[in-house]
Design a protein around this ligand. Structure first.
Ligand SMILES: Nc1ncnc2c1ncn2[C@@H]1O[C@H](COP(=O)(O)OP(=O)(O)OP(=O)(O)O)[C@@H](O)[C@H]1O
Ligand SMILES: [Mg+2]
Length: 245
């Protein structure tokens, strides 16, 4: 199996004036292609800090991060931005969609940065929105969509560039249970199609759908264990096809 992520003694210290916070302390793990992994832990345990480093939005204070075998810790800002744009899809709790753009334009945006021609961009974005069940709503602005629909736009935006790694920080945190379940089904569908997913969640039910749970506490790995297949809550027939917009 190909290793997509390997972190080695990764640490992140925040210094604000005289105060020093060790948000992530010497964390090591690796994640293989096609894995679906949950990161859990109490508030302040370093989950978002960890995800921001995995997503190349932030740099570790020390330690190494290999993405697809490549050491990314020492890259320049420009190189890091390129890696982020081409290899990583990030899904946020609060969707982070641009309100001035409709669903299609939001999904197109990362492809614009990539320099893709507009015709191709349109085609890819429309196809990705169809995959998340939003074909009918491509011209809607974020405020015309439900939370679950907005999150599906967020997922389509993350997926449009066919990233090696999909990172989601509390993707169901702002959603009611029905919309949350739709989003979870979408992730399970992506997992079944071979995507590599790392999901931060407070929700044990979400985590139990993953293959493995990494628990953080005070910035350290408290446990890193596979989910017992008997406890995994995989449903027989799931996926975007079952979703209605
Ligand atoms: N930019 C920053 N500057 C200073 N301290 C920070 C910064 N970002 C995070 N921290 C601190 O690092 C620690 C870990 O924060 P982090 O956001 O990673 O936690 P979390 O596990 O995501 O929590 P939550 O479940 O509430 O989202 C906290 O003590 C937090 O205050
Ligand atoms: Mg967080």
């Amino acid at each position: 199996m190909t290793e997509v992520v390997r972190v080695d003694e990764l640490s992140r210290i925040f210094r604000t004036g005289a105060v020093e916070v060790q948000a992530v302390r010497s964390v090591s793990f690796s994640i293989e292609e096609g894995a679906m992994v949950a990161i859990m832990g109490p508030s302040g345990s370093g989950k978002t800090t960890m995800m921001n480093m995995l997503g190349c939005l932030d740099r570790p204070t020390s330690g190494r991060y290999f993405l697809g075998g490549e050491d990314v810790a020492k890259k320049t800002d420009d190189a890091l931005a390129r890696i982020r744009n081409r290899r990583i899809g990030f899904v946020f709790q609060s969707y982070n969609l641009l309100t001035a753009l409709n669903a299609l334009e939001n999904v197109e945006l990362p492809l614009v940065y990539r320099g893709m021609a507009s015709g191709e961009r349109h085609r890819v974005a429309a196809q990705t929105l169809a995959e998340v069940g939003l074909s009918e709503l491509m011209s809607f602005r974020p405020y015309e969509l439900s939370g679950g629909q907005q999150q599906r736009v967020g997922i389509a935006r993350a997926l449009a560039g066919t990233p090696d790694l999909l990172l989601a920080d509390e993707p169901t945190g702002n959603l009611d249970s029905v919309s949350g379940e739709e989003i979870l089904n979408l992730f399970l569908d992506l997992h079944q199609r071979g995507r590599t997913l790392i999901i931060v969640t407070h929700d044990e039910q979400v985590a139990l759908h993953c293959q493995r749970i990494i628990r953080l506490k005070d910035g350290r790995v408290l446990s890193d264990q596979p989910v017992d297949p008997a406890r995994r809550r995989i449903k027989a027939d799931l996926g975007t096809r079952a979703l209605t917009s």
